[in-house]
Design a protein around this ligand. Sequence first.
Ligand code: 6PG
Length: 253
Amino acid sequence: MVQIDIQPDAASLMHATAERLTALAGEAISARGRFSLVLSGGSTPKALYALLTAEPYVTQIDWARVQVFFGDERCVPPSDERSNYRMARETLLDRVPLPATNVHRMRGEDPPAAAAAAYERDIRSYFAGCTDEAGTAPAWPRFDFVLLGMGDNGHTASLFPGTAALREQTRWVVAQYVEVVQMWRITLTVPAINAAANVAFLVAGAAKADMLQRLVDGPRDPDVLPAQMIHPHDGRLTWLVDEPAATKLRKRG
Ligand code: 6PG
């Protein structure tokens, strides 16, 4: 099921997203005692993360029961200004009562392939307790909420056009050198994201309007537009966008 939620402006978009995240956290914690949240990098979510550190959200969310993961990371040290972890730490993680042990960081400072394998082990360990009736560990991680951005070239997380990561069907996490940004990246794979219960793209600003229209209303071309590969097979996909980004979307009833 795909839902498009259009908010008048960026400020209301961030509040709507914070309300949705808070509600999902409450539901997951009530039902299972914990909430697995996958953060996006980039610049768009900064305003959302800052909002979550203030009332009413900061007290509505039971942070001790929130487990924070990352959708992708640049292969740089955590102190590097390009680090998604550093951005999240400065705007959110250091400003809410979240135990440090609840933060699952992709180690961008380590050799990329080893860091990706280590991250996969970490996630598998986290979900190992979610066995089925036969006691079998899950084939894929069922994150409660995966927050994604949309790059202006149609990438999401670090799933870039024409890269091998788009074809990964077994691993949960991979590392690859991405020519277009000239750096190594670590990313959740498409099937790992598509196993989530809730996935939301957060898209704001007029500069994203053309790409958003291509992704949502245009022909499917997933190798060129990797964000089109995201459709949870047993979960909800929501596009959380503001009016400036939505101006070219076809009108929906
Ligand atoms: C990253 C992000 C990436 C981002 C998009 C949108 O590591 O850069 O994970 O997927 O979400 O590029 O970035 P902006 O929000 O800055 O437009």
